[in-house]
Design a protein around this ligand. Structure first.
Ligand SMILES: Nc1ncnc2c1ncn2[C@@H]1O[C@H](COP(=O)(O)OS(=O)(=O)O)[C@@H](OP(=O)(O)O)[C@H]1O
Ligand SMILES: [Mg+2]
Ligand SMILES: [Mg+2]
Ligand SMILES: [Mg+2]
Length: 360
């Protein structure tokens, strides 16, 4: 299989980073209200996760040139007054790496300077040439803070095309979340087993396995629903991230009956890839520029499971332009059967909205 070595490294890196995030989220949720409103634990997990992925990929793929486009950088950690937090992150990363394989002797603990360097390996600009890893160390930071859904999202671009993607979703139930409308999908089902690892390489399909066990992976497929009346749709939890009114107008036009399922992060792409819902609608407010790390891993996880991911005009997403995606209005996802109907509903709803706006 193509990209076997890269996939092994990516799964290992994302799983280990997810373990670090779980540890921080647990501490965060157990802590008192005052320290919950202190955003530093989130920062710790974002930086820690990025460092772990950066270090693991470089270690496992040491014979290859390494380029990483990632969300975080070390600028704030290098400022005066950041020494305490920097030491905390360094300890967290060292502890995580030491627990990775208790049988393997640890080389030597990382210094704070090593940690800053590992984070800053993620400052590549990406682009159309060569290989670039793309990382969102915690996607859905707001969900992470609430104790809800988040994902460690890692992808690989080759000559501007996504060839591999891994999504670690520590709070996503292994069972379907279909019908979990507006429920808190992490805490509503506390007895259910949670933690999913989705992965895909180009031409080989999408697989899911439990995040914390060696259980065999299963191949997943997007929903085969053909009648929009039977479809349900996902959208951002945060209203500030996507225009919920526009989504509901599109859903009405299509005849979708079920209310939206709102969950944070690229866990939406993971859930769609196994058919928990049939449609994803994402319409950021005007002027917002989408970053590639918010979609690279999720897009291949869905397309390899048989889905289609486009902008609101029906164009495939172009990940070759650097850190940003140039988009027509929004991002939509559906299976092949629903996509033509969805595109028409999107076009009609946007036209209606523009007409209303111009008559004001
Ligand atoms: N204004 C605005 N509009 C659209 N998108 C935005 C906006 N602000 C942030 N972001 C990006 O959204 C990422 C979070 O993913 P979701 O929107 O799917 O989830 S959620 O609604 O936040 O729960 C989130 O990713 P993280 O920063 O990694 O959490 C952001 O990159
Ligand atoms: Mg993100
Ligand atoms: Mg993030
Ligand atoms: Mg962020």
């Amino acid at each position: 299989m193509a990209y076997e070595k890269e996939l092994d490294a990516a799964k290992k890196a994302a799983s280990l980073a997810a373990r670090l995030c779980q540890k921080v989220q647990k501490a965060l949720l157990q802590s008192d209200v005052q320290s919950k409103s202190d955003k530093s634990p989130v920062t710790v997990a974002d930086y820690g996760s990025q460092a772990v992925v950066s270090l693991l990929l470089q270690r496992e793929l040491s014979s290859e040139p390494f380029s990483l486009v990632a969300e975080e950088d070390s600028a704030d950690l290098r400022k005066d007054g950041s020494q305490d937090i920097l030491e905390r992150i360094t300890k967290l990363v060292n502890d995580t790496l030491a627990n990775e394989d208790p049988l393997k002797p640890i080389d030597s603990a990382l210094s704070t300077e090593d940690l800053l360097r590992a984070i800053d390996c993620g400052t590549s600009e990406g682009g159309p040439n060569g290989r670039h890893w793309v990382l969102d160390p915690i996607d859905g930071t707001k969900g992470f803070l609430r104790g809800d859904q988040y994902a460690v999202a890692l992808g690989l671009l080759e000559e501007g095309k996504v060839v591999l993607g891994v999504l670690a979703c520590p709070n996503l139930p292994l069972a379907s979340i279909a019908g979990d409308n507006n429920k808190d999908s992490s805490s509503s089902s506390s007895s259910e087993e949670k933690g999913c690892l989705f992965y895909a390489t180009i031409g080989s399909g999408t697989y899911m396995q439990p995040l914390d066990s060696k259980t065999d992976p299963v191949k997943v497929h997007v929903s085969s629903v053909e009648n929009p009346e039977d479809a349900s749709f996902f959208e951002s939890f945060e209203g500030a991230h996507s225009l919920h009114d526009l989504s509901s107008s599109i859903a009405n036009k299509l005849g979708v009956k079920a209310p939206p399922v709102r969950i944070d992060s690229q866990a939406k792409y993971g859930a769609l890839s196994r058919g928990d819902g049939a449609i994803y609608l994402r319409f950021p407010h005007k002027g917002y520029r989408e970053k590639i790390w918010d979609h690279v891993a999720g897009a291949i996880v869905v397309t390899e499971a048989g889905g289609i991911v486009t902008d609101a005009g029906g164009k495939a997403l172009d990940f070759s332009k650097g850190k940003y995606l140039d988009l027509d209005t929004g991002i939509i996802v559906a299976n092949e059967k629903l996509m033509p109907l969805l595109l028409k509903a999107v076009r009609d709803s946007i036209a209606e909205q523009e007409k209303e706006a111009s008559s004001l």
